[in-house]
Every structure is written in C-alpha cells, then in structure tokens.
Design a protein around this ligand. Structure first.
Ligand SMILES: C[S@@+](CC[C@H](N)C(=O)[O-])C[C@H]1O[C@@H](n2cnc3c(N)ncnc32)[C@H](O)[C@@H]1O
Length: 340
C-alpha cells in the first residue's frame, strides 16, 4: 500500500471513480475505490444507470445482535426500502442486483423468520420494482450446528447450512451468460463425449437429441454454490492478526462474488457493494478487471480490508490510522510484508 503522494494521488483521482463521486475514498486501486461511510448517502451520490452489478450481503436480521449493525426482522423490509430504491436507480437497464441474505430463527422457538421472503416480495412483488431473475443458494458444508438448543441439545432441527441469494434485475433480460461460468465436465460426461451418446427416447418419454453429445466446453452450473468458509490463513487474515485488527466475522466466500462477477459482467463493467465489510467483492472485481466501488460504515473493517490490496493508494486518514497501528513495528514496510 502506498501513501497518497501527489503523483500517486493524481493517478488515483484519474480513475473512473473521480468522475462518479465527490467524497475522498479511503483507498483506491487500479480498478476501484473503497469508501468509509453510510451506504445510502454514497448510493445517492452515484449517477442514474451507471452501475452494471450491485452485489452485496447486507446485515442480516439475526436473533442475536452482532457487532455489525444487524437490523431486527420486524423492521427489516422498511429499513431496506431506501437502499433498494437507490440501487434500482443506479443500475443500467440490463444491470443486476445480487443479494445474499441469511435466514433467521424466531426468538425463543424452533421456527424460522420469514423476513428474507418478505423482503423478496417487497423488492419484486406487486409493489416492488425488481424482477426475480433466479434464486440461488449458497451451501456451506462447514456450517456449525446452531441454534444449539434446537439442533444439538434437543435434536429437533438440523443444521441450517444454506443461504438464499436473490438474483434480481430491472428487466427480464439482464446481461448474463452461463458460458462464462461453465464447470469442468465430470468423468461420466467426458466418457460420453468421447464414446458417443445413446440418442432416442428415455423411459420417461423424453427424447434425447444429438445435441447432448456435443462438447460445449464445460457443464452448465446449477443454482447452488457450494463453498466452505474455513480459511484460517490469507494475506487478509494474517495482516489482521499481525496488526491486532478484528477480521470481519461475516466475510463472503470468494466463490460467491466470483460466480456472479463472471456470470453477469464483463471486463470494464462497474460493480458496487454498499455493505462491503472486508471488501471481498472489491478484491474479486479487481482480480477480474471490473471497476468497483465499495462502501462500509465501520472504519475498522475498511482499514483491515486495505490489506487485500498491496498496491492501493491510501487517503491521508487511512495512512494516519495505519501509522498508529504500525507504530512499534519496524516502520511502515511491515504492511508491505503482510500483504505479499
Ligand atoms: C454481512 S456484512 C458484509 C460482509 C462482506 N460481504 C464481506 O465479505 O466482508 C454487512 C456489513 O454492512 C455494514 N453496514 C451496516 N449498515 C451499513 C450502512 N448503513 N452503510 C454501510 N455499511 C453498513 C456492516 O458494518 C457490515 O460490515
């Protein structure tokens, strides 16, 4: 990471972000900028129809309040509405809004809250402006069994190991191509491609045409993203440990933004994550050369997220904060080492 000297600052400000926003980002990279602030305010500052994809995981309505501003289930839909209005306004006509939102248990009994379904109906139902392009699910095989009382003590419920991901759009035909997210063919399919396919009717009456035997470069993935959130070491986590920063407790697994970034955008498109936390979205966007803006309200998370970007140009505020963190270490160069 680099302090904002005049020449670097020039480089940073000449990025597309300078044309979109007035506030100074906490840090900038070749493709994006991270802001520390209230998401609603920054969304309002963005021009209409300037963003191809908004992908985010907002604070969930959890039974127990966490440190990152969770909103109670009964207030959730009303709380989210102004954000949804701004997201709709800034999206291009063929843009998408991808919302990862965990379910929640009702306090005191083994039943589930309906808040995330109510939110979906509010966003897409009779009154909502969006269309539901498709629902996805994230399956986390490493999810711990909870709530303990219902799952491990009284054994009357099972692990809740999937999170819904709503893929919403302004129209029925958002920009998307599943050709960009093909997965390698399984062994059986590779064999079929090599040896030929048995065409004709199946017991179900379905006629299998010769198209099934063609090699399309990979398999079309399902709407289930399987990925465990179990990494205990990464440049981000190592830097948090080294500088005594709290790693974000609800980070995206990279596989989620990665899938949608590839599926729904192409190089140079603009992405926004208004509830960016540790900025996994920005990291993935940078890797795939998409331009990005992230917003996070809690400064400690923005500060830690900067460690994902070794070449970032830092704002004076961030430089100052990092200076206090590194005091007692061998100078600023410690940061560079932590990110390599
Ligand atoms: C579920 S976490 C997102 C984690 C993120 N996907 C990641 O990979 O680290 C939600 C984040 O939204 C932030 N947040 C809550 N209210 C906000 C607001 N009004 N404006 C900006 N950020 C907000 C919280 O501090 C929290 O870090």
């Amino acid at each position: 990471m680099t302090a904002r000297s005049d020449s670097r600052a020039e480089k940073g400000r000449s990025s597309f972000v300078a044309h979109l926003l007035e506030p100074v980002p906490y840090y900038e990279t070749e493709y994006g900028a991270a802001y520390c602030g209230e998401a609603l305010q920054i969304l309002k500052d963005l021009p209409a129809e300037s963003v191809n994809l908004v992908i985010t995981s907002p604070p969930f309505a959890l039974r127990r309040e966490k440190e990152y501003r969770n909103v109670p289930a009964r207030e959730y839909v009303v709380w989210f509405r102004p954000f949804a209005e701004e997201i709709f306004r800034i999206l291009t006509d063929d843009g998408s809004f991808v919302l990862e939102i965990g379910g929640s248990w009702t306090k005191g009994e083994p039943t589930r809250s309906l808040y995330h379904f109510e939110l979906l109906l509010d966003l897409c139902g009779d009154a909502g402006p969006f269309k539901l392009a498709q629902e996805f699910y994230w399956f986390n095989p490493a999810k711990i069994p909870a709530p303990a009382e219902w799952v491990t003590v009284r054994r009357m419920r099972v692990k809740d190991a999937v999170h819904p991901i709503w893929w919403l759009a302004k129209t029925a035909y958002p920009k998307a191509s599943n050709k960009r997210v093909l997965t390698p063919y399984k062994k059986g399919m590779r064999k079929l491609l090599k040896n030929g396919y048995n065409e004709g009717p199946r017991p179900s009456g379905h006629i299998v045409s010769d198209k099934w035997g063609r090699d399309h470069g990979g398999a079309i993935p399902p709407n289930l993203i399987t990925a465990a959130n179990t990494r205990s070491s990464s440049p981000y986590l190592d830097a948090c440990r080294q500088y005594g920063l709290q790693p974000h407790p609800a980070r995206f697994v990279e596989a989620i933004p990665e899938f949608f970034v590839k599926f729904l955008t192409t190089e140079g498109d603009v992405l926004v994550d208004p509830f960016a936390g540790s900025n996994v979205t920005g990291y993935v966007a940078e890797k795939h050369r998409r331009r990005w803006i992230s917003v996070e309200i809690l400064e400690e998370y923005v500060v830690a997220s900067a460690f994902r970007f070794p070449d970032a140009v830092l704002s004076p505020d961030l430089e100052k904060t990092l200076g206090t963190l590194t005091s007692g270490q061998d100078g600023d160069s410690g940061r560079e080492a932590a990110t390599s």
